[in-house]
Write a protein that binds this ligand. Structure first.
Ligand code: PEP
Ligand code: MG
Length: 319
């Protein structure tokens, strides 16, 4: 059975009712891009750039970042590569960080940290834009909660682009900008963000944490960390539907996307783009190929209307 699944890993993931599902990979280093290709990924849906910054005493230079980002773009050829801007703070920390935030999960993390440290942010954006000359780059910004953060990021991107052009660098023609949907506020009021962005990617790891007020790394409350809590499901559904109306891609790149128990639920919520650890790709593809999206949508919609808990067994048994 496993052998059969692996043999079909490079074939496209199309549902029984003919919907093409995009299955991409989450990576943390350029080496893992090769694994993504081997496992049949259609692109990189999440490159967690912070691993280049962690467990060291100095920041990576523009050149070092350019090398890492461009090597991933080269490995992936014309397939999309989604590089996330630095998501530092809370569960991922830099060495030598001077202060400990009052509440790290709610503090100066991710895009907040970048906007407060513009030199560091500009270095990263410059490295990404230079790398874009080698393939199809998507830039993904974590922990967005306010529209003005998107405006500020765009201002820095424009500045980086102008500097690089003036310095004679070539930059890719097709660069997309997206935000992580991992704070409930933006999942609830997503429409204006979709107007300003090319795509969004739902980070269920943090979205669950913030929706349920349950620390994602605290063992004492792990029993309350629930991916299928009706509130979480409604936020995911709202984001996917708004994305469809706006004609913008919505991906899920949290752990939920790579868990085969949730594949059919996510298809039933209308999801067409998944990103996961490369090792899960063949199994998720296999389930996609044996699922009927419309049947799943009907089942899931019925439950959602009443705000009831999702019956995963029912969803997974649907034909
Ligand atoms: C998430 O929050 O779901 C996510 C994909 O990002 P990370 O796990 O890196 O916070
Ligand atoms: Mg996150």
């Amino acid at each position: 059975e496993r052998e059969f699944i692996l043999r079909h890993k490079d074939e496209p993931a199309i549902t029984l009712d003919g919907i093409a599902i995009d299955i991409e990979a989450n990576i943390e280093s350029p080496e893992e891009a090769k694994m993504a290709i081997e496992m049949g990924a259609a692109g990189i849906g999440l490159y967690r750039s912070e691993f280049l910054f962690m467990n060291r005493d100095s920041l990576p230079s523009e050149e070092e970042q350019y090398e890492a980002y461009s090597s991933v773009l080269k490995i992936m050829g014309d397939k999309p590569v989604t590089i996330r801007t630095l998501d530092i703070g809370s569960d991922k920390t830099l060495n030598n960080e001077a202060t400990v935030a009052v509440n790290p999960a709610l503090g100066l993390r991710a895009v907040r940290y970048c906007l407060a440290n513009p030199d560091m942010f500009m270095t990263q954006l410059r490295a990404m834009l230079r790398a874009s000359a080698h393939g199809y780059l998507r830039i993904l910004v974590p922990m967005i909660s306010h529209l003005h953060e998107v405006t500020e990021v765009k201002r820095y991107l424009l500045q980086a682009r102008q500097e690089l052009v003036a310095e004679g660098y070539s930059i890719g023609e097709k660069i997309e900008l997206g935000a992580m949907v991992e704070i409930p506020a933006i999942a609830i009021a997503i429409e204006p963000f979709l107007k300003e962005l090319d795509f969004v990617s739902i980070g269920t790891n943090d979205l669950i944490q913030y929706t349920l007020a349950v620390d994602r790394v605290d063992d004492e409350v792990v029993n309350l960390y629930d991916a299928v809590h009706p509130a979480v499901i409604r936020l995911i559904h709202n984001t996917i539907q708004a994305g469809d109306r706006a004609g913008k891609m919505v991906c899920v790149c949290g752990e939920m996307a790579g868990d085969v128990d949730y594949t059919r639920l996510l298809l039933g919520l209308g999801l067409k783009s998944f990103s996961m650890h490369p090792q899960h790709i063949p199994d998720v593809k296999q389930i996609v190929r044996h699922s009927h999206t419309n049947t799943l949508k009907t089942k899931v919609a019925a439950t959602l209307n009443y705000g009831e808990a999702i019956n995963l067994n029912m969803v997974n048994a649907a034909v």
